[in-house]
Design a protein around this ligand. Structure first.
Ligand code: GLA
Length: 396
């Protein structure tokens, strides 16, 4: 990071206040928005997210006693403290320290070092919007802790896997790898085409003539974990029916030809994944060619498939997507983003549509009888990074 950043400054100031010394490592990892490729990651498929410029900062300093002492300054919670050797207990579901405990326990499982640390965490991702504050926290913690323990350049794909391991074993969410990979490996002005089978990430230039708008639906995401895990199980049973390792390996012809014996719901789940993988590749090609019409077509079809086949949208989100798509016109599109059941909608369009979109949104909220919800203008940003603490001294 090459600019004085209020979040970095705030986190360093809190570290000084808590521990009476300067931090020796500061790490940042961003949130993400997914442009297309939803519920494909845990089917070894494709996704097209980009990193945001909001995220989580962790400031760290060494301790000699192989303990972690941690302050989460945004939460106002009591500091957490635990030993890094032996079994690290999982705290009750929802406790913020599970993110930290999971990363500390996970780093050695992936060959990365961990050492005693004082640390302070702070972030600026809107909570509960589905912009991956949790993945950003996990990746920032992994990067900071591994660097503090002497790993000069922790591999970012490995950090993504540590953060996912922490979600699975400590946080209690059986998520795929998209959020963590986007946070760890994002690139400025590019979306990332993820291949969740090989973990390859291909940067796709985001068209300079396009803009991203994230609109919160105001619908609190409910039943997320149970519905998410149910969808995962349905995808696994569809893969078993078709005798493929993952639905990524199923092509559209076999989806139809070998359908006999599969119940209607599970068939529709599989159809979403197969069609979404194709749409994601088409969207990446359209984006690379600067073709907003084709990108928009893929985004609209993605939303319809998530609504009708995968059944993870909700009526108010459908209405918001419809409103945005009408205001955008043919060059671009809008769709739900993230796991579903509320949260945010993402829209891509040419900047000259912004006035029409703002007017349409104002009328929409009035019709709904709800106050206008937050909007975030986003540009694809860089992934996780260490902050250069000597920057001020280095500048002329
Ligand atoms: C959540 C999960 C991701 C992914 C999306 C749906 O964000 O954390 O791994 O499965 O849902 O695309």
């Amino acid at each position: 990071m090459t600019r004085p950043d209020p979040l970095v400054e705030r986190t360093i100031a809190a570290f000084r206040h808590a521990f009476g010394e300067e931090p020796s490592v500061v790490a940042f990892a961003p949130g993400r928005v997914n442009l297309i490729g939803e519920h494909t990651d845990y089917n070894d498929g494709f996704a097209l997210p980009c990193a945001l410029d909001c995220g989580t900062v962790v400031a760290l300093g060494p301790r000699a006693d192989r303990r972690i002492v941690a302050h989460a300054i945004d939460l106002g919670a009591a500091p957490g403290e635990f030993a890094i050797d032996g079994t690290i207990a999982v705290l009750p579901t929802g406790h913020w320290q599970n993110h930290l405990r999971g990363v500390v326990a996970g780093l050695p499982c992936f060959g990365l070092p961990v050492t005693g640390a004082n640390l302070v965490v702070s972030g600026d991702i809107p909570q509960g919007a589905g912009l991956s504050s949790s993945a950003s926290l996990g990746v920032a913690l992994g990067l900071g802790l591994a660097r503090l323990a002497g790993e000069a350049r922790p591999d970012h794909r490995t950090l993504a896997r540590v953060a996912q391991w922490s979600e699975h074993h400590y946080v209690g969410c059986a998520c795929g790898l998209m959020d963590q990979l986007a946070s760890a490996c994002g690139e400025q002005d590019h979306a990332l085409l993820l291949d969740c089978s090989t973990l390859e990430t291909r940067p796709i230039p985001f068209p300079p003539q396009a803009t991203i708008l994230i609109v919160d639906s105001g619908v609190q995401r409910g039943l997320v974990d149970s519905a998410y895990n149910e969808r995962r199980a349905q995808c696994a049973s569809a893969a078993a029916h078709y005798r493929v390792t993952a639905l990524r390996d199923l092509d559209p012809a076999r989806l139809v030809a070998d359908r006999a014996g599969l119940d209607e719901t599970t068939y529709r789940r599989a159809r979403h994944v197969v069609s979404e993988n194709a749409r994601t590749l088409a969207a990446a090609a359209a984006m690379a060619g600067g073709n907003l019409v084709e990108l928009g077509t893929a985004m609209r079809a993605s939303h319809a498939s998530l609504r009708d086949d995968f059944e993870v949208s909700v009526a108010p989100v459908d209405a918001l997507v419809e409103c945005l798509n009408q205001a955008i016109g043919p060059a671009g599109g809008a769709r739900m983003t993230g796991g579903g059941f509320g949260g945010c909608v993402v829209a891509v369009f040419a900047p000259d549509r912004r006035g029409a979109i703002d007017d349409a949104l104002a009328a929409f909220w009035q019709r709904q009888g709800t106050p206008p919800q937050r909007t975030i203008s986003a540009r694809p940003s860089g992934g996780a990074q260490l902050i250069n603490l000597n920057l001020e001294q280095e500048q002329p």
